[in-house]
Design a protein around this ligand. Structure first.
Ligand code: AQP
Length: 336
């Protein structure tokens, strides 16, 4: 029970429509959303306003926002159970973000490691939006008084900032926001690139061989796994520090099959990387194929998708408006 609202606990999460979703997003976040949605009051959004922190082609952004919403449903998000919407349809997120911007210190936001990484990646276009993006993320979460935020490991630091901002507002004004907790899965919270296994798998990676997209065909998946970088060893042993490539493939196989890492080690004793990669490829194909097939059907019905998003946005707005009204009042803005 949430102490402030007195209701079922709330979860909120979102993904950026910067490209098709990968198995990283699926294992690190989406799969958990699907499992949690029945036990929590759940809101899932497509964070298109986050996506424009780096340059986007407008037609691609529009199309990908719908692609991502359809993929949420294909993975198992049920819009009759969860609230599914696009971030820019609920302007209260950006409105709350401004108030939080005025509470956050430059120093604490400067410490965000994702900003350091992304500003190096996009050195020709380091926008103020990229810098303050974690504040908008804090607003996404706090505007619904979310208790729990299911995310991958890379978002832990942003969640900590969100907690600090919630506590600061509650302290300076009066208790208003729920201080959210991260929900980070024990396995799958960081799926690594297939080509550079010391780096996380990322949907914007210029090298498509690094990434398995949920829209990839069976042949593409098998091929990418076959070409995944491993090491000069031969045995299948889990050692994330010394053999990150093999460890990553073992993690993927573990999530797809439910076999423990120890069972996988013993299943492949005496066999080489070739046999192992073939098995990983097949287990991944079996997991991705039904998701991709559902996605193709859902994405083909754009009117149906738009209706779902309209209903979701109306529901989300009503809730966000309530929080923002309280925040404006406590901040000292004149009510009309
Ligand atoms: N490789 C990953 N392993 C586990 N979890 C991951 N997540 C992302 N990549 C992995 C989790 O998925 C959620 C949505 O992330 P996002 O798409 O909003 O943004 P991101 O983390 O910036 O993902 P990318 O792929 O790196 O996107 P681009 O290339 O657009 O920047 C988050 O909960 C994240 O933890």
């Amino acid at each position: 029970m949430n102490k402030i609202t007195g209701q079922k606990k709330t979860i909120l999460s979102g993904m950026q429509p910067t490209n098709n979703l990968t198995i990283g997003q699926y294992f690190g976040a989406l799969k958990n959303w699907v499992e949690l949605q029945h036990d929590y009051d759940s809101l899932f959004c497509v964070v298109d306003q986050h996506a424009i922190t780096v340059r986007q082609e407008p037609a691609n952004l529009r199309r990908r926002s719908l692609d991502v919403a359809a993929m949420y449903m294909a993975a198992g998000i049920d819009p009759t159970v969860s609230t599914l919407f696009i971030q820019s349809h609920v302007p209260e997120h950006a409105q709350l973000a401004w108030i939080l911007n005025c509470l956050a210190s430059f120093g604490e936001v400067s410490r965000m490691t994702q900003f350091k990484d992304k500003s190096a990646q996009h050195a020709d276009n380091v926008t103020v939006g990229l810098f303050t993006y974690p504040i908008l993320m804090a607003a996404d979460i706090l505007v619904y008084n979310a208790d729990l935020v299911p995310v991958g490991e890379d978002q832990r630091q942003h969640l900590e900032l969100t907690r600090n901002l919630a506590e600061r507002f509650n302290f300076h004004y009066s208790p208003t926001f729920t201080v959210p907790e991260p929900f980070i899965p024990k396995v799958g919270s960081k799926i690594m690139s297939l080509q550079e296994p010391e780096k996380k798998m990322s949907k914007s990676d210029a090298n498509e061989k690094s990434t398995v997209f949920l829209t990839d065909t069976d042949a593409e998946i098998r091929n990418k796994i076959k070409r995944a970088v491993t090491d000069s060893g031969t045995d299948i042993v889990f050692d994330a520090a010394k053999r990150p490539g093999v460890a990553n493939l073992m993690t993927i196989h573990h999530i797809c099959t439910g076999r423990s890492l120890a069972e996988i080690e013993s299943d492949f004793t005496g066999l080489g990387y070739g046999d192992f990669k073939e098995a990983v490829g097949e287990s991944l194909v079996a997991l991705v194929r039904p998701v991709r097939e559902r996605y193709d059907a859902l994405r083909a019905d754009e009117d149906g998708l738009m209706n779902t998003l309209r209903v979701g946005a109306e529901h989300a707005r009503e809730r966000a408006r309530n929080t923002l009204r309280k925040v404006y009042k406590k901040t000292g803005f004149v009510e009309l």
